[in-house]
Design a protein around this ligand. Structure first.
Ligand code: DGY
Length: 322
């Protein structure tokens, strides 16, 4: 009788994923909220056929050295910048991610951040919680409306498209920049027009980052890019922190070079650039893009489904390649 495949889950994931994994293998799962210590994780990885990982895991040569039998890394995230794909490929380890199931949740959050920054909601909340006296006033905490404003989306994948759909419902016009060409029907449905990055930065009232992180997109939004934006414009990032040069952003906000920003992700997550913390013009939330009960369950289930396919000798549903 052959032994059941050994599945190591490096962090807490919803039951929907764990239950499926338990049907196909012998599961060890770290069950605490804080990250698993490396020695405990490595002891488990020694015999692992499968690693189910979170975006807080760094899957590099050190991780892979600890797991000589590994066949698949199933990342419970759409982003996979935490994984050294080339190192996995060199060792014949399959990598999968969880696209699609978090599209709506992340687009909802991007829209919420657009509203939070343009309507100064974080600032308003802080005012009330501070206990300072306040009263309704005709000119109190005025923001800007979205109707007729231009949203520039950097990265028109599924999340970018879902955001464009929401922005359209708020009366915004949409331009985008993307490597892949969007088909004409989708462009027409979203009322979205492709422009180059400079034009997007120079003409948008809100710039939203929705592209993956890579060497190419590292610091895509740096001092020069921020310098191209309108002084009345807002920057929203729900993709990955290092796409924005956070020090340059803090400087641009301090000097009122742009009107505001809203960040769900951070360059040195979970640290936040100290220059941002004291600014009322930036909204800061702790990487909540996919944080709904339904979405996290769907992500865990999809990661597990990828494992099921690979263990059955079939192609994974969501393979990631370099
Ligand atoms: C992802 O899946 O990449 C998200 O950042 C998690 O919320």
């Amino acid at each position: 009788m052959t032994a059941a495949p050994r599945i190591v889950v490096t962090g807490k994931i919803p039951d929907a994923g764990l239950e499926l994994l338990r049907e196909v293998g012998d599961v060890w799962a770290w069950d605490r909220s804080q990250p698993v210590p490396a020695d405990i994780r490595d002891a488990q990885l020694a015999n692992a056929d499968v690693a189910v990982t979170l975006l807080t895991d760094r899957v590099d040569d050190t991780f892979l050295d600890a797991a000589p039998k590994l066949r698949i890394v199933a990342n419970v995230a759409v982003g996979y910048n935490n994984i050294d794909i080339a190192a996995c490929q060199r060792r014949g380890v399959i990598v999968t991610n969880t696209p699609g199931v978090l599209t709506d949740a992340t687009a909802d959050l991007a829209m919420a951040l657009i509203l939070m920054s343009t309507r100064r909601l974080g600032e308003g909340e802080r005012l009330i919680r501070s206990g300072a006296p306040w009263q309704w006033g005709m000119f109190m905490m005025l923001g800007v409306g979205l109707q007729g404003r231009r949203l520039g989306i950097i990265g028109m994948g599924a999340i970018g498209e879902a955001l464009a759909q929401r922005a359209k419902a708020f009366g915004m016009t949409v331009v985008y920049n993307n490597r892949r060409v969007i088909d004409a029907d989708t462009e027409a449905r979203l009322g979205a027009q492709k422009v180059d990055l400079h034009e997007l930065l120079e003409t948008s009232d809100v710039v939203s980052i929705n592209c993956p992180y890579s060497e190419i997109t590292h610091h895509l939004i740096d001092a020069a890019a921020l310098g191209r934006m309108k002084s009345s414009a807002y920057l929203v990032n729900t993709a990955r922190g290092p796409i924005v040069d956070e020090a340059a952003l803090a400087e641009a906000l301090l000097n009122r070079q742009i009107a505001g920003a809203a960040l769900d992700v951070f360059e040195h997550e979970p640290d936040v650039h100290p220059g941002l913390l004291g600014l009322d013009t930036v909204v800061l939330v702790p990487h909540l893009g996919s944080a709904t009960i339904e979405t996290r369950s769907a992500m865990a289930r999809l990661a597990a489904q990828n494992v099921v396919e690979v263990l059955a000798g079939r192609h994974p549903i969501n393979p990631v390649t370099a």
